[in-house]
Design a protein around this ligand. Sequence first.
Ligand SMILES: *Cc1c(COP(=O)(O)O)cnc(C)c1O
Length: 401
Amino acid sequence: MSTTQDLVTAADSHLYQNYGPRSVVLERGQGSFVWDTEGRRYLDLYAGIAVSVLGHAHPGLTQAICAQAGKLLHQTNYFLTMPNVRLAQRLCALTGMERAFFCNSGTEATEAALKLVRRHFYDLGQTERFRVIAFDNAFHGRTLGALSLTGQAKYKEGFGPVGGVTHVPFGDLEATARAMGPDVAAIITEPIQAEGGIHVAPAGFLAGLRRLCTESGAFLIMDEIQTGMGRTGEAFLFSQAEDVRPDVVTMAKALGGGVPIGAMLCDGALAAALPPGSHGTTFGGNPLASAAALATLTAFEEEGLLERSRTLGEQLTRRLDDIVVRRPAVVARRGVGLLQGLVLADGIVPKEALTRLRDAGVLVTIAGSNVVRFTPALTISSKELDEGLDIVDRVLGDIPA
Ligand SMILES: *Cc1c(COP(=O)(O)O)cnc(C)c1O
């Protein structure tokens, strides 16, 4: 039996089956290419769902991880470590937020934000003020707290009641205003609903949310877990814009360049809401993950990745628009910069399109129910991006609409 077959068989028997069957075993990566155990090469246009911003085996990131692993891998929250403190400083400088709490994933960053705003009002004696407004089709994570904010039934089915959240249509400012009340502690939103199918917030919507929050004394939580870290051409595009400035920003995914890390950053008004002992996690802010995040941010500066993200984003937009015009299997393009989707025509089975693309040597993912999502590394070359999109163009052209 080949190694691949052996691993697939063992996975079928021993891995928990919550992800569905998988038949490709990936072994190594270099830049925007990955190889499977059969030696087949794939062009990576999804970067582990917007995680591997520097591509695979980036020298600076690899070196920083190795150096930190040989120095101090883990510490508890009883002590400070230099990488973690420096990372907090750097992220606060980048976002204009005052404080950073570190955790290990996006869902944990969401949990922290949720506990933060609830506890803030509790400490003010407003114990009934814990409701949060979130949006239909949103994705904020899968622990029960984060799941309560996620606005898609498919993620919630069978897990029992979660509460304290009102969902309203994304982009509908009037519906949001109607849902507000003195019991609302916060509004949470993604600037672009990514998992939900790449829906960009309509013009003025985020600023409108900011106004609603300011008027009622509620907090605005911006989930930049997928949109952050340069994906749209700015470090944290939406949190930096003056008229939409949130009170809380959550980040994860690309933050550690592939090493698991999440962060919840908040404004000074919330600085004391979670007093010592009220929240924490064993691995949160560990030196390895912090060093990886610092190395990722350093690569952004040294390699001019924001500028690069903008240029590549224009190229991706142009090429996808061209595919929409010429290929009946595709009906629209949505997105910003290097977070883009192609909407498949009715009757096309997204999973099949994905498999065809993979077999042709390109890795992408599905967002929402019928959107082929592109989230390449910011280090991909223009030539590699074109090469991948040539394949996408051809494969989608071969699918009968
Ligand atoms: C991925 C994602 C999350 C959840 O992050 P995990 O690390 O998978 O827990 C939350 N919000 C958004 C916008 C995401 O894209």
